[in-house]
Design a protein around this ligand. Structure first.
Ligand code: PHE
Length: 353
């Protein structure tokens, strides 16, 4: 026998075996085929294998390899036929067999199902939605502003003079934008990542006539070292109410109603004197929660210089503004102790909200 004969008889055996095993429809028929092809005594594979003895010794390695491949393929065809007949998987079954018997994977309806993984809103997004909803009920509509700002909106119009420490390049993310003022943070059109949402007050007043009752919620950036309570990016909510006679008492009631709605229960609020260039007088706002005073944010009556900068008449109009940290509110509510957890994108953490 030559190697070519040996190989071609294996090939035709495989063709015949795959064909008949693809068609066989019951256990008895399958057993007959199994004996026919792989039977240890008189199986067809066995008798071809015997022919190997007449091959030369340098032909034998190739012949052995071929024999093993065909034997494995025949075995796979037998396994598939067995699975198909017992109603198991159809994996690898010959397409010719699909008409003979429909098989369905076994399903145990009493087992619990596999739950699809659902995405959910980030806790900060949820907090922002809540804040918008509460402030909406108080008559404040949400506006937005760009995160890349110019020094006019971030500082100048907010009455923050050129020599003010808040404008220090070490405390801000100035951008190396192309153009003649790229490296001069005092230029009006120098660009930076906004360090506060108060920029949106200016944009809103520049584009709308009073009265105005808005909030703006968004990201702000400051080059702080990240630790449990600081992160170089965080979110603020800015509020602004401008009308002919807005008072400090209204500011206090709005913030108190807001805190009560967000935290639940009756929340006491206190004002501590403070300073911001864009408000006069200015206050720090605290609220009383779980037996302690907690910092809420800054607020005050809009400084006449700011009203003038946007073309409002400070003799006619007055208003208040406030700015709160969103992370702090979110962390208080859910008992989160490290701000960095919010931005690690660890689903094991995020799945809990
Ligand atoms: N912009 C101030 C800050 O970032 C907060 C603030 C807003 C204070 C509005 C007064 C009025 O700290």
């Amino acid at each position: 026998m030559s190697l070519a004969d040996f190989t071609s008889s294996l090939d035709s055996l495989l063709v015949a075996a795959e064909k008949s095993l693809g068609l066989v429809a019951d256990e008895a028929g399958l057993e007959e085929l199994r004996v026919l092809y792989t039977g240890a005594k008189n199986g067809q594979l066995k008798s071809i294998q015997k022919g190997m003895g007449s091959l030369s010794s340098d032909e034998r390695p190739a012949a052995g390899k071929k024999f093993n491949e065909v034997r494995d393929s025949v075995q796979a065809a037998i396994d598939n036929a067995a699975a198909r007949i017992s109603g198991g998987s159809l994996v690898g079954a010959s397409p010719k067999s699909s008409g003979t018997k429909k098989s369905v994977p076994p399903i145990d309806p009493t087992l619990p199902g596999v739950r699809p993984r659902l995405g959910r809103l980030h806790p900060i997004t949820q907090t922002i939605e809540d804040l918008k909803e509460i402030m909406g009920r108080l008559g404040f509509s949400a506006t937005e502003g760009p995160e890349i700002e110019d020094t006019w909106h971030n500082f100048v119009a907010l009455n923050i003079p050129e020599d003010h420490p808040a404008r220090d390049p070490l405390d801000n993310f100035y951008l190396a934008t192309a153009g003649k003022n790229a490296s001069d943070p005092t230029a009006l059109d120098a660009k930076l990542l906004r360090s506060q949402t108060s920029t949106v007050q200016i944009r809103a007043m520049e584009s709308q006539k009073p009265p105005l009752r808005i909030i703006s919620l968004g990201r702000v950036y400051r080059p702080d070292e990240a630790d449990a309570t600081h992160f170089p990016m965080f979110h603020q909510m800015e509020g602004l109410w401008i009308d002919t006679s807005v008072s400090m008492a209204q500011l206090k009631s709005v913030l108190r109603m807001f805190a009560t709605s967000y935290l639940g229960g009756d929340v006491t609020i206190r004002f501590r004197p403070s300073f911001f260039p864009f408000t006069e007088p200015s206050v720090e706002v605290d609220y009383f929660w779980n037996d302690q005073w907690i910092e809420f944010g800054g607020a005050g009556m809009v400084d006449p210089n700011v009203l003038k900068a946007v073309g409002y008449d400070p003799e006619e109009m007055s208003g208040f503004a406030f700015g709160l940290g969103v992370e702090r509110l979110c962390m208080r509510r859910y008992g989160i102790t490290d701000i960095r957890d919010l931005f690690r994108s660890d689903v094991r953490f995020l799945r809990q909200f």
